[in-house]
Structures are given as C-alpha cells and as structure tokens.
Write a protein that binds this ligand. Structure first.
Ligand code: MN
Length: 289
C-alpha cells in the first residue's frame, strides 16, 4: 500500500537564530511536535550567503535537556562545543548528532575558516525526542563524517542514497539512536528514481534540499519545501524531474506526553521546572562563550 502525501509545504518566513543561522521553522511552526514525533523541531537554513567575518557567526552558550540535536550540513561548515567536553566541526554532507539527554550547555557557530571567507550556508537542524527512560542518561556526541556515512549506489544510473541513521537495502547508517529513526539523503540525477518502505504508523517527511521531484507519481515538490505523509501505507516512490537532493526522515512515534518549553523537552511540567532549576544551579556544567 502506498503512503500518500498529506501536504507539500513551502518554507515559512525565516528568522535568525543567533547571528549564524537564518532558518525556516517547519516544526513546530507549521507541523506540531506530536504530529512529527520523534522529530520535535526542524529548523531549515535554506541556501543563504553569509559575508566574510573574523568572528564566526552562530549561537552562544545555551542549555538543552531531554532530546538530541542533529545538524546536517549541506553547504558550509558548522562547529560545536559543549559542556560535556565534546567538540567538532562538520562539513558538506556530514552530521553532528549531539545527545543532550540529562543536560548540556553548548554553542554552535560557523567554522572559523568558512566564516573568514564567507559563503553560501545551507543546513538542517532537528531535535529528536528521547524516550522518558533515556531523557536523563549521560550526554553523548557523534560526529558523523564522510568516512562514517554509508552509501548505497542505485541501479542503472538512478543515483545514490546516503544513510545517516537506520537502514536501506540492508545497509545501516552509523548513528546510534535511542528509538527507531531513519535519516537519509537521496541524490538523484534527472529522471532518477528510488522507492522506500517504512512502517505504516511511523512519521515520515521529506525536505527537498535541491531540485524538483515527483512523489508517488502524482505530487510535485521543489527545493526548500517540506513534504509530510499520511500513515495510510508503507511505500513511497520518488522520481526526479531535475537533478535533486532529498532528505528523508522517518521515525517511530514515542507514545509519551510531550512537555516542551524553550530549550527543554520533557514529559511533564514538573520536569520542565526541574530543568530550569538545575540549569540555574549550574548542574549543566560550564562552558565559556
Ligand atoms: Mn542548540
């Protein structure tokens, strides 16, 4: 059975996160947290030119608790530092997978050399929810580089699929996750096609990173649009009208209440209040701006 398109959405007006991320907020702006759970936030920085800067633009020290932040770079380079002592830089086609869990302070900014030269920046940041039992586990950081990300070449010149998390055609992506999550990029030449099968009741979305595609032979989506799917089937097909890159997200919903406020996503209001108290008491550690 086909998994039908529910809606093709155009990006809402952008806003700045710090001075380094010019983002369209798809989740929870246009699509609610429960609707796309376990994907509870999606900021999409559509291609945007940042001028040369001696001070790397970005967002200063801030806390998170209760989920993971996943940053996928398409153009430009992103650096990260956190209070658990982890840091790293990712470039085009790479991913930072930061598990805040019990709590970290972190800062996110353009890599110094990229900032110095300026350039077009394009990335996706997701918040991936954690099951209640894992929300207070220790923080973790995964820098998923080109060497880690797995590639499946599609037959007869249809392009390729890069797997960040989950599995496609028997090939597993490198990301360690706490609940079933699939994150992949499909790179399709003009007329290239690929099909995916996901469990019917999972939450599924595409971001069209570039190009223009036909989905299930009927719906058309083009660069910077978000596509969300009904839970009425398992199979989705894509055919590229022009050379395209598509980010594919699929996740099993976590069947627990969501209490979200600012940088914290927990299960109850009491846990949110606790998070603010712990943050004010310095329990998230130390990090210099
Ligand atoms: Mn953050």
């Amino acid at each position: 059975m086909k998994k039908n398109v529910q809606e093709v959405m155009s990006p809402p007006p952008p806003h700045m996160v710090g001075d380094g991320f010019r983002v369209h907020n798809y989740i929870p702006g246009l699509v609610s947290m429960p609707r796309m759970n376990p994907f509870i936030m999606m900021d999409y920085n559509s291609p945007h030119y940042f001028p040369p800067s001696e001070t790397p633009p970005g967002v200063g020290v801030h806390p998170h608790r209760g989920f993971e932040t996943v940053t996928i770079a398409y153009q430009g380079k992103v650096s990260h530092h956190d209070s658990a002592g982890n840091s790293g830089t990712i470039g085009e086609g790479e991913v930072q997978w930061m598990t805040a869990a019990s709590g970290v302070l972190h800062k996110e900014y353009h890599e110094r050399e990229f900032a110095k030269n300026g350039g077009v920046f394009q990335m996706v940041q997701l918040w991936v929810n954690l099951p209640a039992k894992d929300k207070m586990s220790p923080p973790r950081y995964q820098a998923l580089t080109r060497a880690d990300i797995q590639t499946v070449e599609l037959e007869s010149g249809n392009g390729k699929v890069e797997i960040i998390a989950g599995e496609f055609n028997g090939v597993k992506g490198p990301a360690k996750t706490f609940s079933p999550v699939t994150l992949m990029n499909a790179f399709l030449p003009e007329n290239g096609t690929v099909s995916f099968t996901f469990p019917q009741h999972d939450h599924t979305a595409f971001v069209i990173i570039s190009g223009k595609v036909k989905i299930n032979a009927t719906e058309i989506a083009s660069a910077n649009q978000l596509v969300i799917f009904h839970d009425d089937g398992e199979e989705i097909s894509i055919s590229a009208i022009e050379e395209s890159v598509v980010l594919i997200l699929n996740g099993e919903p976590i069947p627990e209440p969501i209490a979200a406020y600012g940088p914290f996503v927990m299960n109850t209001r009491e846990e949110i209040i606790q998070a603010y108290q712990d943050f004010q008491l310095g329990k998230f550690g130390q990090l210099e701006d």
